[in-house]
Ligand binder design. Structure first.
Ligand code: NAD
Length: 279
């Protein structure tokens, strides 16, 4: 094979070579799939999560401390977020990618009306889903600016960031807020060459969804058509696997998306293109 072709192929295989990433909520689900894919694309990683057992297991799985460090990080705590970002710098020397992925969907089922929603419920989801992501952007961008790194910052939104009625009120509110956060930070940080985007998936087979999935209206509608885990299913609106979402995160994290910022990359097989219930 021609040397140029080999170089091309190897660079295609390692889209994140020499890059360092922090992934919050990286111990399970979408975050864990993203950690595996980032590592197999040459990145060194900090997995920041509150699930210490799964985090430690994943650290070992993707190559151990030379490649991946797990840190306990509750994104509800600014000090924990600072520690995760600092770990990337102290262990691997830099920070190129910050994926604010940690999120919670806890709530009562069936979804309470707005008049019976409890403030504590909203506060809890806001603290993790929005405040945690905002503080992640704050501390990651500080380091990137200091280091003159033209980094990529990602958040995990949801189709509940675009349409209401799919999930509980607090979840929908917080995921809509992510879009505003991404746009406003993308505008500001473009000056430094730092990009800010979000990945916006529909239902993904993870613990988060399985804990409440049957109560979510759009999934009930899709039950007959969904074929979890089936590679052969031709219906694009089937339930996603975490790996499907990780591929979108890899694209936005890599230099292949160099001029894409302030964008919401929707991964839903057309679901949000139509009215809910019209499938
Ligand atoms: P998951 O429950 O499988 O994983 C979430 C991870 O976040 C877990 O490892 C958990 O320990 C961690 N976490 C929870 N609270 C945390 C905190 N305070 N600090 C740090 N880590 C914390 O869920 P998932 O489906 O992989 O969710 C990941 C993201 O994707 C979330 O932001 C979620 O809202 C979003 N999302 C999920 C779906 C879906 O259908 N599963 C769809 C759209 C968007």
């Amino acid at each position: 094979m021609h040397a140029g072709a080999i170089l091309f192929l190897s660079s295609r295989q390692e889209l994140l070579r020499d890059k360092v990433a922090v992934i919050t909520g990286g111990a399970n689900g979408i975050g864990a799939a993203t950690a595996r894919l980032f590592a197999s694309n040459g990145a060194r990683l900090v997995i920041a999560d509150i699930d210490d057992e799964s985090g430690a297991r994943l650290e070992a799985e993707v190559g151990g401390p030379a490649v991946c460090r797990y840190v306990h990080c509750d994104v509800g705590s600014e000090a924990d977020i600072v520690r995760a970002v600092r770990t990337a710098v102290s262990e691997f020397g830099r920070l190129d990618v910050m994926h604010n992925n940690a999120g919670v969907l806890n709530g009562r089922h069936p979804s309470p009306s707005i008049s019976s929603m409890e403030a504590a419920e909203l506060d809890f989801l806001y603290a993790v889903n929005v405040r945690g992501a905002a503080l992640g952007i704050k501390h990651a961008s500080r380091v990137m600016i200091e280091q003159h790194v033209q980094g990529s910052i990602l958040c995990t939104a949801s189709v509940s960031a675009m349409v209401a009625g799919l999930a509980l009120h607090p979840y929908t509110i917080t995921k809509h807020a992510i879009l505003g956060l991404v746009k406003t930070c993308a505008l500001e940080l473009a000056h430094y060459g730092i990009r800010v985007n979000c990945i916006t998936p529909n239902g993904v087979l993870t613990d988060l969804l399985c804990s409440v999935g049957r109560h979510l209206r759009h999934l009930e509608i899709r039950d007959e058509k969904s074929c979890p885990g089936s590679e052969n299913c031709e219906d694009l609106r089937k339930m996603l696997a975490p790996e499907d979402v990780a591929k979108a995160a890899l694209f936005l994290a890599s230099d292949d998306s160099k001029y894409i910022s302030g964008h919401s990359l929707v991964i839903d097989g057309s679901f949000s293109a139509g009215a809910v219930g019209g499938l």
